[in-house]
Design a protein around this ligand. Structure first.
Ligand code: ADP
Length: 902
C-alpha cells in the first residue's frame, strides 16, 4: 500500500483480487500468497522463526521506510523474491515507524509450535494466521503511543441526510458520539485530532467535504458503504454492550450510530481477527451535544498554538506551559479539555471549585501529587489486558495504580478537609475499593517482571504451591547437574570440564580438544559425542539427558501453570473493568485539578468569574507563553481589556509594539477560563464565548496553492460569515497582503460588518491608523493604541495598551531598527512627508521624476557600508516575516542591530 489512502482498497474486504500464477511455488510461499490476498492494503508481517519477514512489493516499500536491507529469498515466476525482515522482539519500534509513515500492517503469526507440528507428522509449513491488523487508529502499545495524548479512531457516517461522528480510543476505552455537518466537520476533526478516520467511500465524492478530507488525507481509511448502515450498526452496538436498546446511554442520531457501529466493527475485524484476542474494553458511548463546547476552527487552534507551536512542537505551546499533570490519564484529560472548552457556566464553575480547593490546601496538594507520581497508566494497561495482549507489567501497573487509590482517598478525606467540592467528591467515590485485588496481585507478582508472559518467572514464590513444587523440582535437578559436573571432572581428571546449556542442543558436557587429546581421544564409555567445535568437544550422557528432560518438563509445566495463573488474574481484572476504568478516570480528574492548582500557585494566576452575559473584563492580563519565555530576562507588561459598551477594540500601533501578543493573550485567557483553569490576569470576568475565531499572521499555504493574501481572505470570510453575538473574534492586520488602498478598504468594510452584522466581541489590530476615523461613526467601537516613545529618532516600545490612536505607523523607524541602509530610510521619510501632505497625484509624479538613483549618487551612502551591508541585506532578504514568531522577529532584530554595530 501507499501513504495515500484514497487509492487503497478496502483493507477489510474479503474479496481476494485475482491470484498471481500460483504454479511452482513452495508450500510456504503458497501459504504466504493466500494470507496476503486476504489482507489487501496492508503490509504483511509474516512470522518465520524469530523474524517477521516481508516479501515482494511489501519488502520493497518497507525496507526504505525502515532503513533496513532489502535482500532476496528463492525465486518466483523466474525472478528473485525481494525480502526484508525485522526481529520479533523489537517489532514495536518498526511498527511505530511504519504506522507513522501511513502504512497498515497485518501481523501473521505461527499459530502452532513447529516442534508440535513435526510431532503430529504434519506435512507442509506450520500453521499461520493473521492475529491482528495494526492501524494508526487502533494502537495500544506504549511504545507506539504518546502517553500524554489520546489516539482516536474516528468514524464519519451519513444517514437521513445528516452527518454523524464517533470517536474512540482503543487504548483507554473512551467512546464518544456527536452530530456534525459539512460546515462544522473541519472544526470537529481539529478538536478530536484522530489518528485514523473511517468513512464510507461515497463521502469521498461529496464536493462539500473535498477540502476538509483533503486536509486529513493521510489519516483516511475509506471502507465499503454498507459498513456504515445505521440499522446494522445499531444491532452491532446493542450486542456489543449486551443491551436491548441504546436509549439507556442517551439519545443518538442515526448517523452517529452508523459511525459508532462502523468503529466497533473495524475494531473487531482488525484486533480480534478470526475471533482471537479479547473483546476490547469500551466505555458506554457518551454524546457530546454540539452547543456544550466552544467551537474553534483548525486555523484558530493553529494560530493560537494551543497544542503545538506553528512549527509543530509541543514545547512553547499553551498546553506545555500549563501542564503540571503527573500521570498519563491526567495529561490526556488536559489535552482533551483544552481542545474543547466548555460553554456551560455551572460545569466550568465546578472545575474551578476543584482547582480552588487544591490551591488553598498546599499540604494536601503536595501529598496527593506525591502519590500520583507513583501511579502508572492503568487505563492503557487495562485496555491491553482486555484485548489479550497484556503482560506481567500491566498487572503490576494495576497493582501499583489501584494500590494508590486507598492512600489517595485517605489524603482527600483527612479530618478537617471535608466537605469536598462536587467534582472531587465524585472522583473520591469513583476511586472505588480495590483492596482484595491489589492484595492478590501483590502476592502473585514477582519482584522482577519480564516484558512478556511467555518469558515466565513473573509469579512470586509462595503464591501457588504447585508452581513452587515444579520450580523446586527444576532447581533440584539443576543442583544435581552441578554435582554431576564435579563428579565427571573428578572421574575424567579434567578440572576444566563444564556442563553448559544452550537453546539449540540443551545441556551438554564441554571439554577442550587438548584435554580430549591428552585422554587419548576418548573420555569414557558413558560419554556420547554430540558436537565438535573449534577447540572443544561436546558430549552427553544418559544420566545428563534424563536430568535435562526432567528439568525441561518441570520448566514447561511451570510456564504453563504461570500462564494459567496470569489468565486468572487478568480475568479477574477484566470482570471488574468498569470499576478499574472508573478509578482511572477519578485519578485523571484529581491529577488535572491539582495540576491547574499547581500552575496557579507557581504563576500567581487568578480565578476567573464566568457568567452567561456578554462581559469581557480582563485587568492586568498577560500572555501565558510569551510571559513564560520572557521570565528571568524582561518582565512582561500586563494590559487590561474591557469590552462592554465598546464591544470592539481597534488596536493600532507599529509593528513589534505588541499588538498580536495582546490579541492572542485575551483569546488564550478566555480559553483557559472556559476549560476551568485559572488565568494569567489580576482579575477576569468573562461572559461565555461559544465560538472563537482568529485571523492572525498567516503564511502562504502553497500546498493548497494559496497565497498569503488568499489564506487571509478565506479566514476573514469564515469569520464574517459565521460569527454571532456570543462569538469572540481576534483579527490581526487584515488587508496587509495587497495594495494599500485595497487593503485599507477591505479592513474598513470588514470592521463595519463585524460591528453592524456579526455584533460580536472583537479585537481588531491594524497598522492602518486611518481606520480610527470609524470610531466616530460606530458607537460600539473604541480605539486603543500600543504606546511607543520616540527617543533620539528611535522608537521605544512600551508594550502598553492605552486609549487613543497611533498618530502614525512608525514603519520607517522599525525599518531603521532592522538595519535598512540609511539612504533608504532617509528617502522613505521624504516620500512619506509628501504623501502625508495629501497632494498625492502631483507629488508622486514629482517623486518619480526625482529618481532615487540620482539622489543616491548625490548623497552617497555612509562609507564603507559595502562589506557590512551585504550580509545584512542577505539576512533581511532571506527573512520571511510571515513565518516568524514574534520572538524570532525580535531575535532577528537584535542580530541585525548587532551586525550593524560590528
Ligand atoms: P506586533 O503584533 O505589534 O507586531 P508582537 O505582539 O508580535 O507585536 O510583539 C513583538 C514582541 O514584543 C513580542 O515577541 C514580545 O517579545 C514583545 N512583547 C509584546 N507584548 C509585550 C508585553 N506586553 N510585555 C513585554 N513584551 C512584550
Amino acid at each position: 500500500m501507499t501513504a495515500e489512502p484514497f487509492r487503497d482498497a478496502d483493507p477489510l474486504s474479503t474479496d481476494p483480487p485475482t491470484s498471481p500464477a500460483a504454479a511452482a511455488v513452495t508450500p510456504v510461499m503458497a501459504q504466504y500468497h493466500e494470507i496476503k490476498r486476504a489482507h489487501p492494503g496492508c503490509l504483511l508481517f509474516f512470522r518465520m522463526g524469530d523474524f517477521y519477514e516481508l516479501f515482494f512489493e511489501d519488502a520493497q516499500e518497507a525496507a526504505p521506510a525502515l532503513d533496513i536491507a532489502l535482500t532476496k529469498r528463492g525465486r518466483h515466476d523466474g525472478a528473485d523474491i525481494p525480502m526484508c525482515g525485522v526481529p520479533v522482539h523489537t517489532v514495536d519500534a518498526y511498527l511505530a515507524r511504519l504506522i507513522r509513515a501511513g502504512f497498515k500492517v497485518a501481523i501473521c503469526d505461527q499459530i502452532e509450535d513447529p516442534a508440535e507440528a513435526r510431532r503430529r507428522g504434519a506435512k507442509g509449513p506450520v500453521r499461520r494466521a493473521v492475529v491482528r491488523v495494526v492501524t494508526a487508529g487502533t494502537l495500544t502499545e506504549d511504545g507506539l503511543l504518546d502517553a500524554r495524548r489520546h489516539n482516536y479512531l474516528a468514524g464519519i457516517a451519513e444517514a437521513g441526510g445528516e452527518l454523524g461522528l464517533a470517536w474512540l480510543d482503543l487504548s483507554t476505552g473512551s467512546f464518544s458520539l456527536a452530530p456534525t455537518a459539512d460546515a462544522s466537520l473541519a472544526a470537529d476533526l481539529a478538536r478530536i485530532m484522530p489518528g485514523e478516520i473511517l468513512l464510507p467511500e461515497r463521502l469521498l465524492a461529496r464536493p462539500a467535504l473535498f477540502e476538509v478530507l483533503g486536509d486529513w488525507k493521510a489519516a483516511l481509511t475509506p471502507l465499503a458503504n454498507p459498513r456504515f448502515d445505521s440499522e446494522t450498526a445499531r444491532r452491532r452496538l446493542e450486542s456489543f454492550y449486551g443491551v436491548k436498546a441504546l436509549d439507556g446511554f442517551g439519545s443518538f442520531g442515526r448517523a452517529e450510530i452508523a459511525a459508532a457501529g462502523a468503529l466497533v466493527d473495524y475494531v473487531a475485524l482488525t484486533q480480534q481477527v478470526g475471533g482471537q484476542g479479547g473483546a476490547p474494553h469500551l466505555a458506554p458511548p457518551v454524546r457530546v451535544a454540539p452547543d456544550t463546547v466552544m467551537q474553534i476552527d483548525a486555523a484558530t487552534r493553529r494560530n493560537l498554538e494551543l497544542a503545538t507551536t506553528l512549527s509543530g512542537e509541543r514545547r512553547g505551546s499553551l498546553i506545555a506551559t500549563i501542564d503540571r499533570t503527573l500521570t498519563g490519564p491526567g495529561a490526556r484529560l488536559l489535552a482533551e479539555q483544552l481542545a474543547a472548552p466548555l460553554t456551560l457556566p455551572e460545569a466550568i464553575g465546578a472545575r474551578l471549585d476543584a482547582v480552588q480547593f487544591f490551591l488553598d490546601r498546599i499540604d494536601m496538594r503536595t501529598a496527593l501529587r506525591q502519590r500520583l507520581r507513583r501511579c502508572p497508566d492503568i487505563e492503557r494497561a487495562l485496555s491491553r489486558l482486555s484485548l489479550g495482549r497484556g503482560g506481567p507489567r500491566d498487572l503490576a501497573a494495576l497493582r501499583d495504580g489501584l494500590g494508590e487509590t486507598a492512600l489517595i482517598r485517605g489524603i482527600l478525606l483527612a479530618p478537617g478537609f471535608v466537605p469536598l467540592p462536587e467534582l472531587l467528591a465524585r472522583a473520591e467515590t469513583r476511586l472505588g475499593e480495590h483492596g482484595a485485588l491489589v492484595d492478590r496481585l501483590g502476592r502473585a507478582l514477582a519482584a522482577e517482571l519480564p516484558l512478556f508472559t511467555r518469558d515466565g518467572g513473573f509469579i512470586a514464590p509462595a503464591y501457588a504451591a504447585e508452581l513452587d513444587q515444579l520450580r523446586e523440582l527444576r532447581d533440584a535437578s539443576r543442583r544435581t547437574i552441578a554435582a554431576l559436573q564435579a563428579r565427571y571432572a573428578e572421574a575424567t581428571g579434567i578440572a576444566s570440564l563444564r556442563i553448559r546449556h544452550n537453546n539449540v542442543i540443551g545441556y551438554y558436557i564441554e571439554v577442550s580438544a587438548a584435554n580430549v587429546e591428552r585422554q587419548g581421544g576418548k573420555l569414557g564409555a558413558d560419554f556420547i559425542h554430540r558436537q565438535t567445535m573449534a577447540g572443544a568437544l561436546r558430549y552427553t550422557t544418559v544420566e545428563l539427558s534424563e536430568l535435562a528432560s526432567k528439568i525441561a518438563s518441570a520448566a514447561d509445566r511451570a510456564l504453563a501453570l504461570e500462564l494459567r495463573l496470569f489468565d486468572d488474574l487478568a480475568g479477574d481484572i477484566i470482570a471488574g473493568r468498569e470499576r478499574v476504568a472508573a478509578a482511572a478516570a477519578a485519578l485523571a480528574t484529581l491529577d488535572l485539578a491539582a495540576s491547574h492548582a499547581e500552575c496557579a500557585a507557581e504563576t500567581g494566576w487568578t480565578r476567573p468569574e464566568i457568567e452567561a452575559g456578554p462581559a469581557f473584563e480582563i485587568s492586568g492580563g498577560r500572555h501565558p507563553t510569551v510571559e513564560a519565555a520572557l521570565a528571568g530576562k524582561d518582565s512582561f507588561i500586563a494590559n487590561d481589556c474591557v469590552l462592554g459598551e465598546d464591544r470592539i477594540w481597534l488596536v493600532t500601533g507599529p509593528n513589534m509594539a505588541g499588538k498580536s501578543t495582546f490579541l492572542r493573550q485575551n483569546a488564550l485567557i478566555l480559553i483557559l477560563a472556559q476549560i476551568g483553569s485559572f488565568v494569567p490576569a489580576r482579575a477576569a470576568r468573562i461572559g461565555i464565548v461559544d465560538r472563537l475565531f482568529s485571523r492572525v499572521g498567516a503564511a502562504d499555504d502553497l500546498a493548497r496553492g494559496r497565497s498569503t493574501f488568499m489564506v487571509e481572505m478565506v479566514e476573514t470570510a469564515a469569520i464574517l460569515n459565521q460569527a454571532g453575538p456570543r462569538s469572540f473574534v481576534i483579527l490581526d492586520e487584515i488587508g496587509r497582503g495587497t495594495a494599500t488602498y485595497d487593503g485599507l478598504s477591505i479592513a474598513w468594510a470588514a470592521l463595519e460588518h463585524l460591528h453592524e452584522v456579526n455584533r460580536c466581541r472583537a479585537l481588531f489590530a491594524t497598522h492602518y491608523h486611518e481606520l480610527t476615523a470609524l470610531a466616530a461613526k460606530l458607537p460600539a467601537l473604541a480605539c486603543h493604541t500600543m504606546r511607543v516613545k520616540e527617543w533620539q529618532g528611535d522608537v521605544v516600545f512600551l508594550h502598553e495598551v492605552a486609549p487613543g490612536t497611533a498618530d502614525r505607523s512608525y514603519g520607517i523607524h522599525v525599518a531603521k531598527l532592522a538595519g535598512l541602509p540609511e539612504g533608504v530610510t532617509a528617502r522613505a521619510t521624504e516620500v512619506l512627508e509628501i504623501l502625508e501632505k495629501g497632494e498625492e497625484a502631483g507629488a508622486l509624479a514629482r517623486l518619480a521624476d526625482d529618481l532615487p538613483l540620482f539622489r543616491a549618487a548625490r548623497r552617497p551612502l555612509p562609507e564603507p557600508s559595502a562589506p557590512r551591508a551585504a550580509p545584512l541585506e542577505d539576512l533581511l532578504r532571506e527573512a520571511r516575516p510571515d513565518e516568524l514568531t514574534p520572538r524570532e522577529a525580535l531575535e532577528l532584530l537584535y542580530r541585525l542591530k548587532a551586525m550593524l554595530e560590528e
